[in-house]
Design a protein around this ligand. Structure first.
Ligand code: ZN
Length: 322
């Protein structure tokens, strides 16, 4: 039997400031957002999805996108970190470019039902609206990547067959997009499916760089990450303290927690460039700052493998047995 494929290193993009914050109903003051972003920078993470330039009425939590961006770009300790933003439309793209972000991520759903609930139109119409955003990015020499939400499963339609994904990929390629984030938005994908879908996509689109955005809604995120590794995909999103949720299942877990992903990869001998201790510390602080009482990741619950317990004293053990 072949060996498991273990790359030397992977790249992780921290998405808490966008995916995590947008799921928080209580307003997080801008200063607090920036403090969290500085905590994230201290973990050594190299890229951060900083915010989303959506209409303030759609997601009031991110209405300070411009201010957050301006401060982040000026903060000394954040220099060298690659920021990207999520943009839903041309207006958002223009705002993001004006704010100084050099990389945009496009939004697109794999199914009509999810697209209608998210973008108020079906997939095809949503795709038509991407072209002007891409043109704008190209004009300003700003990088632009695509994304496909609910790629493995849709909360309205269930399993999303691969044949639905191919035309979406073709359209992205026709528009010149070379980097695509595949998002298991509601944590419905399983490792077998991830492995199979990626096998086909990698073969049909060898020039595309894929990155994986796994939510841990049903505990399958890390298994899915390992399945993606087996197809040579080494770019992953994660969120500190597992911040973020699932709008279709209140109380369910959100993105895979950064500290859990880092710990699991490190245990497998895979470098992430992220300092695990600092990530665990950041997760603790972020939960405190947001008033969260539950220990929202395995690292916060159990600690890393390296944190050993005191060996039992033989005599004491015997006494406690009796
Ligand atoms: Zn997400």
């Amino acid at each position: 039997m072949d060996q498991l494929f273990i790359p030397k290193k992977v790249s992780i993009c921290e998405v808490a400031p966008r995916d995590g914050f947008q799921a928080e109903h209580t307003w997080i003051p801008t200063d607090k957002k920036l403090e969290i972003i500085r905590l994230l920078a201290r973990t050594g993470v190299q890229s951060i999805e900083l915010t989303s330039f959506v209409h303030p009425k759609a997601i009031p939590q991110l209405k300070d996108a411009e201010i957050v961006t301006a401060h982040a770009l000026q903060t000394e300790e954040l220099q060298g970190i690659k920021f990207r933003s999520l943009v839903p439309n041309v207006k958002g793209a223009q705002r993001s470019i004006d704010a100084g972000i050099r990389k945009l991520k496009l939004m697109l759903s794999a199914t009509d039902s999810h697209s209608i609930s998210n973008a108020n139109c079906g997939v095809e119409e949503a795709q038509n609206a991407l072209e002007p955003i891409i043109n704008l990015a190209v004009k300003h020499n700003v990088e632009v990547g695509g994304s496909i939400s609910v790629i493995f499963g849709c909360p309205y339609e269930g399993l999303v067959p691969l044949r639905k994904i191919i035309p979406i990929m073709d359209r992205y390629r026709a528009m010149g997009i070379k980097e695509i984030s595949l998002a298991d938005t509601t944590g419905m994908g399983n490792p077998y499916q991830v492995y199979n879908y990626l096998g086909v996509l990698k073969e049909q689109y060898p020039e595309v760089t894929f990155s994986m955005h796994f939510h841990n809604t049903r505990g399958m995120a890390f298994a899915n990450a390992v399945a993606a590794l087996q197809q040579g995909v080494t770019n992953f999103d994660s969120s500190i303290a597992g911040l973020g949720g699932c709008p279709y299942a209140p109380g369910a877990s959100g993105n895979i927690a950064t500290e859990d992903l880092v710990h699991s990869f490190h245990e497998m001998g895979i470098e992430t460039g992220i300092k695990l201790d600092d990530a665990i510390l950041a997760a603790k602080k972020v939960n405190e700052m947001l008033g969260k009482k539950e220990k929202s990741s395995y690292m916060l619950q159990a600690g890393p493998n390296s944190q050993l317990s005191k060996r039992p004293d033989k005599q004491q053990k015997l006494e406690s047995v009796n």
